[in-house]
Design a protein around this ligand. Structure first.
Ligand code: B3K
Ligand code: ZN
Length: 879
């Protein structure tokens, strides 16, 4: 398959100013009639005189140019295009095509989910609906007429504003929609179905009343409150923080059960994976609720960052995604605890983006090339992209950043632009030189900062030396130094912040954090006015997406964990301490857990008093995951890591039993369910404590756990208890785990999103027979390969969420995954390709496992007719 390069970008030869589409909707067969107003793009070079329209899986019935039906000699149908020969400079083209939604298992273009019809067009799905110039720099005014059986499809939705509805004599209904804002085809959407609406209104800053609707299958109308609340909060926040108002007469959201990713920001008609809309306290966990708030906001924010201003080409994807993730992260931080949100975001960046940056698929925030663009909706483009925007926001400060975004919105409204255009706005409005900073967009890999220090007791001068280097990544062997905002604090022996005064400065600043600007490969900073050697607190607030190395002693980490004024670094010190200890336990299996460590955890537990931040405490108490620990090793020791982590958790559970029981007592669930950050924090902390206690359970604790499960007060508590019961040694809990699983199934068999949790939990169990069980579940009547959520819940959870069993040294896990990928690829290449991720990391394992994984990758590569999606990831992984 061809490789697409950024350097080959050329403006489109033709533009489409207007498109009028008429759909005759049916599940089996849909007819699409398109009327396109085309003209030659004055900014583009003249090509061969032919018009190329993208189109895939379309059955062409008719093509007419300026009302003249074209004879076959005047056009050519290719597998992926319609070529119309020698067209004039300005003309109207009409096409009529047939498509087959019910056969569309890829879930791109128009497809069927349950009884409804819906679309997904980003990145290149519109070409499966009709012939078009399907690229983001062609911005078109769309009007749409939808005709369908009025009984089966009473709700007919498209982008923009509704402009009329009529019922025809034959029992069909026609709905017309008009979108006044020119948009690229990837933002196109239609939905048809027998849906119920949950409705509300929002009054914009300028006083316009906008009806808001969330469309769901009728049985789900009692699960939309949280999504609606989140939407209204997001609309208000965008007005207040960015001065951005909503711009259409109506805002619609639809929740669908079959969806490849989280959601889609189609103009005025956001389509969501039901997982990111539907929630009730008894069906969704606190994490689910937080996910809904974040994704609803994210898609809404795209209306300005993505839709009004879009990407020139797909290499610019982070222009809209990085910025919009930054916006949704800040929004969520404002809704609850900023500190905890930052920890969660960094945890996720380190868990997903750092490994990507260190693996065979590493690419810059603005990639240089791709085979399949769908493979580049990555943690790098999204989450690292958000960090790159955050660094600019921090460099400029809130006021100048706002001036920068105002300028960006004003200058580029209605256009398709580049990350360079964004940076230039920041530069102009911020009056700052970002020329070196731009490398963050172009250079892949995670920079490493090696820090060393020295203290001169005579002069009171403390010197910090920082060396930055970025490891090479595929196709990028030379790396240049980056501009890195590096936030530093210095602590005195009592744990208080010292003034961070640079040599040469006459006056000491107030004690606190100092932002250093790194630019060179090696930099030295000397701080003066110190009575004794300070303890450095480095990269406060995670001021840049880098790895810091500094030879802290255990005592220093414990000290920072207790005293650092920066909440993020208190947590990070605790993480570093746990990682270090766990790696020691991996290396030396009979090493006892040091008392100092248990004491430090005990001290942290004592902070659980009335005014503590329980959510933060829960984060501090959470041990690094098995995969994160693996990332810290030269060769991942799958079994050793699991054993060490269990050993440490059991030691905490045993030795701090009373303190943990105290946490359970103090943080009992009130009768009245509450979704406030404080209540969520209490649940997180209590369940963390329960997790430890259940590692070394006495009958009374097992009983407590079972009672929590049975009380069924809310899904957060139910799942936490169920997980403990399923993972516990049957020697301690008997068949309580099995019983709980059965009870859970009986209660929730008909709620797909909750049932996904049931599949997922079993797939993640550390029990030795998990793979067999997962294989058995493939045959379960409720399992299907055609629902991505279900696939992720069972197969994805096993491959990514269960390193111990997936990496079993007999290779059965690898064979299992490869088999599933080969089954899925012909059905849904995007989902098949996503499942490859754990195998892309094969070089990180021992020789036996390396050979086993490689053999499966090679086996996949040999299969004929592989999708571009899977081909690209497998070939790059082996290459
Ligand atoms: N823009 C979509 C993602 C589309 C993925 C296409 N494979 C959702 C989002 O980022 O908001
Ligand atoms: Zn997005």
């Amino acid at each position: 398959p061809p490789v697409i390069h950024l350097k080959d970008y050329r403006p489109p030869e033709f533009l489409i100013d207007r498109a009028a589409l008429h759909f005759d909707l049916g599940l089996e067969e849909t007819a699409v009639h398109a009327e396109l107003d085309l003209r030659r793009n004055p900014a583009a070079k003249r090509g061969d005189g032919d018009l190329y329209l993208d189109g895939e899986h379309l059955e062409l019935l008719e093509v007419a140019l300026d009302d003249r039906t074209l004879p076959p000699a005047e056009y050519e149908i290719r597998e992926d295009a319609l070529v119309v020969h020698r067209v004039p400079d300005r003309f109207r083209l009409r096409t009529r095509v047939l498509i087959r939604p019910a056969d569309n298992t890829a879930l791109e273009g128009l497809y069927v989910s349950g009884d409804m019809l819906c679309t997904q067009c980003e990145a290149e799905g519109f070409r499966r609906i009709t012939y078009f110039i399907d690229r983001p720099d062609v911005m078109t005014r769309f009007s749409v007429a939808l005709a369908a059986d009025a009984e089966r499809f009473p709700v007919l939705l498209a982008n923009g504003n509704p402009v009329g509805e009529e019922t025809l004599e034959d029992g069909r209904k026609v709905a017309r929609w008009d979108d006044p804002f020119p948009k690229p085809s990837y933002l196109f959407a239609v939905v048809a179905g027998d849906l119920a609406a949950v409705s509300d209104r929002f009054t914009t800053l300028s006083g316009r009343e906008v009806p808001l609707n969330i469309y769901v299958e009728p049985e789900n109308t009692d699960k939309c409150d949280h999504a609606m609340r989140s939407l209204k909060a997001a609309m208000r926040w965008d007005e207040e923080r960015y001065g951005r108002e909503y711009d259409l007469d109506v805002f619609n959201i639809v929740a669908v059960s079959h969806f490849n990713m989280g959601a889609m920001e189609n103009k005025g008609l956001n389509v969501f994976n039901a997982k990111y809309i539907l929630a009730r306290p008894d069906t969704a966990t606190d994490m689910d609720f937080a996910g809904i708030e974040g994704v609803v906001a994210h898609e809404y924010f795209h209306n300005w960052t993505g839709n009004r201003i879009t990407c020139r080409d797909w290499f610019q994807l982070s222009l809209k995604e990085g910025f919009t993730v930054y916006r949704d992260q800040e929004f969520s931080a404002d809704q609850s605890s900023r500190g905890v949100k930052r920890i969660e975001d960094v945890r996720m960046l380190r868990a997903r983006q750092f490994p990507e940056d260190a693996g065979p698929m590493a690419h810059p925030v603005r990639p240089d090339s791709y085979i399949e663009i769908n493979n580049f909706y990555t943690a790098t483009v999204y989450e690292k992209g958000a960090e790159v925007v955050r660094m600019q926001a921090n460099l400029l400060g809130p006021e100048r950043f706002r001036k920068g975004t105002d300028l960006y919105f004003e200058r580029f409204d209605g256009q398709a632009v580049t990350t360079e255009d964004f940076v230039r706005c920041m530069e102009e409005a911020g009056d700052i030189d970002l020329s070196q900073f731009r490398r963050w967009y172009a250079q892949a890999g995670t920079p490493v900062l090696e820090c060393a220090d020295s203290f001169d007791a005579h002069t009171g001068a403390y010197t910090l030396e920082i060396r930055q280097h970025t490891p090479t990544t595929p196709g990028q062997s030379t790396k240049l130094p980056l501009q890195i905002p590096f936030a530093v604090g210095l602590l005195d022996a009592a744990g208080a912040d010292l003034p961070v005064q640079l040599d040469g400065e006459t006056e000491a600043p107030a004690p606190g954090t100092r932002m250093l600007a790194l630019r060179e490969a090696v930099e030295r900073f000397t701080f003066v006015g110190l009575d004794a050697e300070p303890v450095p607190s480095l990269l406060r607030g995670f001021s840049a997406p880098v790895i810091v190395r500094y030879p802290y002693t255990d005592a220093q980490l414990t000290f920072l964990m207790a005293h650092d004024s920066d909440g993020f670094n208190r947590w990070d010190a605790a993480q570093s301490l746990s990682v270090r200890l766990l790696l020691e336990l991996v290396a030396e299996s009979d090493k006892p857990v040091p008392e100092a460590y248990i004491e430090a955890v005990g001290r942290a537990l004592k902070q659980d008093d009335a005014d503590a931040d329980q959510a933060l405490l829960a984060e501090v108490l959470t041990l690094p995951s098995e995969s994160y620990l693996g990332d810290q090793m030269t060769v991942v020791d799958v079994d050793g890591i699991h054993r060490a982590r269990e050993q440490l958790a059991a030691a905490i559970g045993e030795q701090l039993r009373d303190a943990l029981l105290g946490v359970l007592e103090r943080n009992q669930e009130p009768v009245e369910y509450d979704l406030s950050p404080a209540a969520m924090g209490r649940r997180a902390l209590r369940n963390a404590a329960l997790g430890y206690l259940m590692r070394a359970p006495t009958p009374d604790i097992v009983e407590r756990c079972r009672a929590q499960f049975e009380a069924g007060h809310n899904m957060t508590d139910v799942i936490a208890a169920l997980r403990c019961l399923v993972d516990a040694d049957p020697e301690h809990v008997g068949d309580a785990g099995e019983q709980a699983l059965t009870a859970f199934y009986q209660r929730w068999a008909e709620d797909p999103l909750v049932l996904d949790k049931w599949f997922g939990l079993q797939a993640q169990s550390s029990r030795p027979d998990t793979l067999e069980r997962v294989e058995g579940l493939l045959e379960h009547p409720k399992f299907t390969l055609t629902n991505p959520n279900r696939v992720r819940a069972l197969i994805g959870a096993f491959a990514v969420g269960n390193p111990l069993r997936f990496h079993a040294v007999d290779g059965a896990g690898y064979r299992f995954l490869a088999d599933r990928i080969l089954e899925l690829d012909p059905l849904n290449p995007q989902i098949a390709s996503r499942l490859l991720y754990p195998m892309t990391r094969w070089r990180r394992y021992d020789e036996i496992r390396q050979a086993l994984i490689r053999a499966q990758l090679e086996r996949i590569l040999e299969v004929e007719g592989l999708s571009n999606d899977v081909y690209e990831v497998v070939s790059k992984s082996l290459g």
